[in-house]
Design a protein around this ligand. Structure first.
Ligand code: TXA
Ligand code: MG
Length: 351
């Protein structure tokens, strides 16, 4: 397949170019597009054949449901059987934005999107390109992250090109994504609503809005521990670069010390080591392969860079990535959730 890459201004996207992509969506084609979280791989959510093509292009297991993207909260009623009060509250507070709400699905939603579940995950993105594209398409757009299944989600068009060139009709390139991690997924079919996946909207923000909030007990647990996550996607090893990832956790000085110690050991074994550091520490590792993920006291900066850094280490061909843990507060919680998955739960505690 010939993939067309179309460059767009992220704030004032050219309408004719967007219309071209919208038409491809309407006709059943695949369009990768930027959202405020990560790039998505979109298809007309009401066209089963088109949705199936998403699973093929990504190599995604068919038991992992997709998020339906809409351009207007008013569309929710068409695709759900009821809108719980707490869902309404969240839509008003956080849409458009990085929040996905799970509700009971209406019959018009094809089961290929929901992987046979009786619920559907819906999100209204805030990125002007995403919003305008979906609005012009005039149909809801099913879109998972636009990466090959299992790889870190794409936060630039180049990441999408690396994974999906030749497998999709169009890639809309409007630069980097602001949040850098996927949306928070909240199940609003239960009371209190439950976070199934941490993401761009923090638990603190949700708590403030909802009063009470639950977290999927399977969160942060290895699948071997035998609790099935309510979001089917959370059971897969996601976000994994080719390199092995080890997270080092502790006080900052102990982290740096432990990374130095391991760096020496692995290098003596002839391994190529990458260090995922922070602005506060990246000067402390001498001549090693170091990437700063951002400012550890502003976790949103780390959220923005994390996936790109993991992909960059792969490009550099490192065998092992030693990653500094950050505080799991605010969006730092989502950062650590992705890091821990990338590391296959391999965490070293020190100090
Ligand atoms: O930020 C995002 O959410 C991005 C952009 C493109 O919008 N999309 C994204 O989609 O991350 P994806 O497919 O990579 O992740 C969707 C997650 C998966 O963990 C999936 O299992 C879960 O949402 N999910 C989808 N429908 C669900 C449902 N009905 N019940 C529970 N979990 C659901
Ligand atoms: Mg994904």
């Amino acid at each position: 397949m010939n993939t067309k890459v179309i460059k767009l201004d992220p704030v004032f996207p050219d309408r004719d170019k967007l219309e071209e992509a919208a038409q491809i969506l309407r006709k059943g084609g695949l369009v990768a597009f930027p959202t405020e979280t990560v790039y998505g791989l979109g298809a007309n959510a009401l066209n089963e054949e088109a949705v199936k093509r998403i699973f093929l292009a990504k190599g995604r297991p068919s038991d992992n449901p997709l998020i339906m993207h809409i351009p207007d909260a008013g569309w929710v009623e068409r695709f759900t059987t009821d809108v719980p009060v707490q869902a309404q509250r969240m839509m008003e507070a956080f849409w458009p934005g990085p929040l996905t709400i799970v509700m009971h699905k209406a019959a018009v939603v094809p089961s290929v999107i929901t992987a046979g579940l009786d619920t559907v995950a819906i999100r209204m993105p805030s990125h002007p390109v995403a919003l305008e594209l979906i609005r012009l398409a005039g149909v809801p757009v099913a879109a998972p992250s636009a990466n090959t299944s299992g790889k870190p989600s794409p936060t630039t068009a180049q990441h999408v090109i690396d994974d999906l060139m030749g497998k999709v009709d169009v890639i809309l390139d409007a630069g980097g994504c602001y949040v850098g991690l996927e949306s928070t997924v909240v199940d609003a079919t239960i009371e209190p609503p439950m976070i199934l996946r941490p993401g761009g909207i923090t638990p603190e923000d949700l708590q403030r809005e909802l009063g009470s909030l639950a977290v999927d007990p399977a969160m942060g647990k290895k699948l071997a521990e035998d609790i099935t996550p309510r979001a089917p996607g959370m059971k897969y090893t996601h976000y994994s670069p080719k390199a092995e990832v080890l997270i080092v956790e502790g006080t900052l000085d102990h982290i740096v010390e432990e990374i130095h110690r391991r760096l020496a050991v692995y290098e003596a074994e002839g391994k190529k080591v990458g260090i995922l550091a922070t602005d506060q520490t990246c000067g402390r590792y001498g001549g090693a392969q170091v990437i700063s993920a951002g400012n550890r006291y502003q976790p949103e900066t780390i959220a923005q860079n994390l996936f790109a850094a993991l992909r960059e280490f792969d490009d550099r061909g490192v065998d092992i990535i030693l990653a500094e843990a950050v505080e799991a507060k605010g969006i730092g919680w989502a950062v650590m959730n992705r890091m821990i998955k990338a590391a296959g739960y391999h965490i070293i505690h020190c100090g």
